[in-house]
Design a protein around this ligand. Structure first.
Ligand code: NAD
Ligand code: 6OD
Length: 496
């Protein structure tokens, strides 16, 4: 069953979307997708071979210089607004599709994933319409002068390679600005979550986006659609969200032909909780940053450092709150905890739960698989877990787990907290909880990350730079930073 992802015919399996049409694979290969809530296979997906990837890239190239390239910016902006409205018009379809693929609660997808799917088109349409470009009047020896002005050209055909944790949000976060800038795209969604990326193809057709502007190829990574797309010689740029090791592979492919890359990758983010914080807000924030989306958020805080005078109270209160999380079917009103995306991902997280036990962690709560009702027993459920007492050198504290868990460590001095926060190869995000504004600025300047939240978490203004330092990413997207990546600046020097 496909939820309401119709692909024109309501038929399974999920098809690629190439040049405005839903098509299967010539190689006849398929893979399965599972409903994480029950563990059942719920659909099959065509796996693209080189042939489909090539067809998608060709369609994107033709649209780039053809119907899409022929539009004025105003026309493009108008279509992107219609696209956003088209997503909102089919809000429940997207909601159902996203929650089928991921198992996440409707309450979460309704407020985060689907609205952002629409907003990602609107905001970049508005930015491209309003952004100025540079101009310089220069003096010349003959006294007449010259006018230099910059114009923005689309980068070309952009490959968009996506993860499974926030499928629609993260895909449109890249497709929105890419299309706003006049590019065409070939998207490779995660093999775990094909539904909303496919469904978006229908909306593209419904609102009249020219065929070939938005293409989708399904498949896995290595030796499959992901690799074929990254290696395709007619791709001009690659934007990727996923694991750091995958980014390194994609970078090798991008090096051939010197293609530009934008990477949003893993993290091992710290929460820093100072004794002068508003404890209620810090607990509420830590609950979200550790357990939202079942911990499958790259910005999540798997390491929480708490100033010693409030350590015991913080641990106790976070435990009490974590134990109120309610797993269940996505559509049930009381559900605020979904399952992990897959059995494999759950096994990975459970291996860290085991390691924490072996290393002598104090397990404050969780640490295993919860008792689920019989009909959900085969789902990929896992307990929210809190540990204390591990050394900073433990792999549990150093490696990205990507599950609903956190380790809480006490600290005595601000410098010590900053030093522990920075002692990681990653540099994505930090959340600081303090009532002292001077400290907030000082610590925010000292942490080596791309995004710092003070007394909040995952509060997003889409005009701001977003991305990671160190091994958490390359480049920044958001606002004009997205325009920097998705356009080529060209200078024109006009002698007067
Ligand atoms: P992943 O790296 O396993 O897969 C991401 C995508 O890359 C998938 O579509 C996959 O098929 C494809 N892929 C895999 N190997 C490839 C190859 N050799 N060539 C081309 N494509 C290939 O990541 P995931 O497990 O889907 O997502 C979880 C990871 O994503 C976590 O590490 C998380 O931190 C990270 N993430 C980062 C951000 C961010 O903004 N920094 C956001 C979300 C997720
Ligand atoms: O909000 C965003 O734009 C964004 N890229 C979020 C990333 C979340 C990671 O899981």
């Amino acid at each position: 069953m496909h939820a309401r992802v119709k692909q024109d015919t309501s038929s399974t399996p999920f098809c690629h979307f190439i040049n405005g049409e839903f098509v299967g694979s010539a190689n006849g290969r398929m893979f399965d997708v599972f409903y994480p809530v029950t563990g059942e296979m719920y659909a099959q997906v065509h796996e693209a071979g080189k042939e489909e990837v090539d067809a998608a890239v060709k369609a994107a190239r033709t649209a780039l210089t053809g119907p899409w390239g022929a539009l004025t910016v105003q026309q493009r902006v108008g279509l992107l607004h219609e696209l956003a409205d088209g997503i909102n018009a089919r809000f429940d379809d997207f909601l159902e599709a996203e929650c089928f693929d991921t198992g996440k609660p409707y309450s979460l997808a309704r407020h985060v994933d689907i609205p952002r799917g629409a907003a990602n088109f609107k905001i970049f349409a508005d930015i491209i319409k309003n952004v100025p470009t540079e101009s310089f009047m220069m003096e010349t020896p003959d006294g007449a002068g010259a006018l230099n002005y910059a114009i923005r050209a689309p980068k070309g055909v952009v490959a968009v390679i996506c993860p499974w944790n926030l499928p629609l949000l993260l895909m449109t976060w890249k497709v929105g600005p890419a299309m706003a800038c006049g590019n065409t795209v070939v998207v490779k969604p995660s093999e775990e979550t094909p539904a909303t990326t496919t469904l978006l193809g229908e909306v593209m057709n419904e609102v009249g986006i020219p065929a070939g502007v938005y293409n989708v190829v399904h498949g896995l990574g290595p030796d499959s659609a992901g690799q074929f797309l990254a290696q395709h010689p007619d791709i001009d740029a690659i934007t990727f969200t996923g694991e750091t090791v995958t980014g390194a592979e994609i970078m090798k492919a991008a090096a051939v032909g010197l293609r530009d890359v934008s990477f949003e990758m893993g993290g091992k983010n710290a929460g820093l909780v100072f004794a002068d914080c508003d404890m209620d807000k810090a607990i509420e924030g830590a609950m979200r940053s550790a357990f939202a989306n079942c911990g499958q958020v790259c910005l999540g805080t798997e390491r929480i450092y708490v100033e010693r005078p409030i350590f015991a109270e913080f641990v106790e209160r976070l435990k009490n709150n974590a134990e109120t999380l309610t797993p269940g079917r996505p559509e049930a009103g009381a559900t605020n905890l979904g399952p992990m995306i897959s059995r494999q991902q759950r096994n990975k997280v459970l291996s860290y739960y085991k390691k924490a036990r072996e290393e002598g962690a104090e397990i404050i709560t969780g640490g295993g698989i919860p008792q689920a009702p019989a009909e959900l027993e085969a789902g990929f459920w896992i307990e929210p877990t809190i540990w204390t007492g591990l050394p900073e050198s433990s792999p549990v504290v150093r490696e990205e787990i990507f599950g609903p868990c956190c380790h809480i460590q006490p600290f005595d001095e601000e410098e010590e907290a900053v030093s522990m926060a920075n002692d990681t190869p990653y540099g994505l995000a930090t959340a600081i909880w303090t009532g002292n504004a001077a400290r907030a600025h000082r610590v925010a300047a000292a942490v080596e990350v791309g995004i710092t939240w003070v007394n909040c978490w995952f509060l997003r203004d889409l005009r701001t730079p977003f991305g990671g330092s160190k091994q958490s990413g390359i480049g920044r997207e958001g606002g004009v930073h997205s325009l920097e990546f998705y356009t080529e600046m060209r200078n024109v020097c006009l002698k007067l």
